[in-house]
Ligand binder design. Structure first.
Ligand SMILES: [Zn+2]
Length: 355
């Protein structure tokens, strides 16, 4: 290298020199032999070397620019602040760099294991048995593999609708059959005779557990009644009240009750446009007359005020409201002029209709 003295001074000329590190251009600085401190000896050696190459001015400038041990520059701080070890740290041996710790070796594993090709369709088939996640695998999956899942998608068909959940059977399920075993037990204890009937399903009309009521305790039913157990139990309990009223008002025992209509699929008051009657659900019964021993039957009709039959009919009609939710008869309307209509229609807040 040829160096020329420049008018700019030693700073610019010295800038062309290699840095005063022992690794590259300068000689290795060893500890001084004359008892000086290693840092001071190193600076002197470096100054000698530079003076030989660039002249005294530059060497002095560099010597002054070299930080003292007390206020060393950050780059020379380790060498200057450590007293005993040599100022230039020994070069790291080449064999120490490559072997990293075993833990880092595992982390630095360059290439992840390749996914087996046969695993991709199997995982996708497991993750979407219900078919709801079909849209996700299609996006990221490559075109070659997306064909397989799409081919498997048509297979998860929705389960077939059970036959009992379709058609009229489904409609029948909405009117779920109540468990009236306790009601039938009570009805039998009341002395009623009855037999179960098959479920009635006639469009919107019907009854899941109808009974054929043929007799009450001590009171015959010449016309059997098709009723729900609830209506039959109410009729049986009311009949005991009618027996008491017959003994009190007519001085004769009650022997029979003539039933007009029990189950019948029709609207209220036989009106096709009207709401379905409780008769349509085997939940209502029409009482036409009472048979008493030793006298003519007492038909349901408007009776002269103060007559024994009138008092009897008023008594049984009034007591009926304790067992049925609806009681209609003569005076309610023209449709009930000749019978008592009794039913168990449920109303909001348990309201009853007794007229
Ligand atoms: Zn009726």
């Amino acid at each position: 290298m040829t160096l020329r003295r420049q008018p700019g001074g030693t700073k610019s000329m010295c800038a062309t020199l290699p840095p005063p590190s022992a690794g590259e251009g300068g000689p290795a600085v060893r500890p001084g032999r004359s008892g000086r401190s290693p840092a001071e000896g190193g600076r002197r050696e470096r100054a000698k070397f530079l003076a030989a190459r660039t002249g005294t001015a530059c060497a002095l400038a560099l010597l002054l620019a070299t930080p003292l041990p007390g206020r060393a520059a950050p780059q020379d701080a380790p060498a200057a602040s450590v007293p005993l070890p040599p100022p230039i740290p020994p070069e790291r041996p080449q064999d120490l760099t490559p072997p990293p710790p075993p833990g880092e070796a595992i982390k630095a594993a360059p290439t992840p294991p390749e996914r087996p090709a046969e695993l991709t369709p199997a995982v996708q088939a497991d993750t979407k048995p219900d078919g709801k996640l079909d849209a996700k695998p299609e996006g990221p999956a490559p075109t070659a593999e997306s064909g397989k899942p799409e081919a498997a998608q048509p297979t998860p068909l929705p389960p077939a609708r059970p036959p009992e959940l379709s058609g009229e059977a489904a409609l029948a399920l909405k009117v779920s059959a109540p468990d009236d075993a306790a009601c039938r037990t009570r009805l039998a204890r009341l002395g009623a005779r009855f037999e179960p009937l098959p479920a009635i399903a006639n469009g919107q009309c019907g009854a899941p557990l109808p009974l054929k009521l043929t007799a009450l305790d001590g009171v015959a039913l010449p016309q059997s009644a098709t009723l729900t157990c609830t209506a039959a139990e109410a009729l049986a309990r009311w009949a005991t009240e009618a027996q008491v009223a017959a003994e009190r008002e007519l001085k004769q025992p009650l022997r029979s009750i003539a039933i007009g209509t029990s189950y019948e699929c029709r609207g209220q008051n036989h009106d096709v446009e009207a709401k379905l009657s409780e008769h349509a659900f085997a939940n209502g019964v029409d009482v036409m007359s009472f048979g008493l021993e030793g006298r003519a039957p007492v038909t349901v009709a408007a009776k002269p005020a103060g007559s024994d039959e009138g008092r009897f009919l008023d008594a049984v009609r009034g007591r009926a409201c304790a067992f049925f939710r609806t009681v209609l008869g003569p005076g309610s309307n023209a449709a009930h002029a000749d019978h008592l209509h009794l039913d168990e229609r449920e109303r909001n807040a348990g309201h009853r209709l007794c007229q």
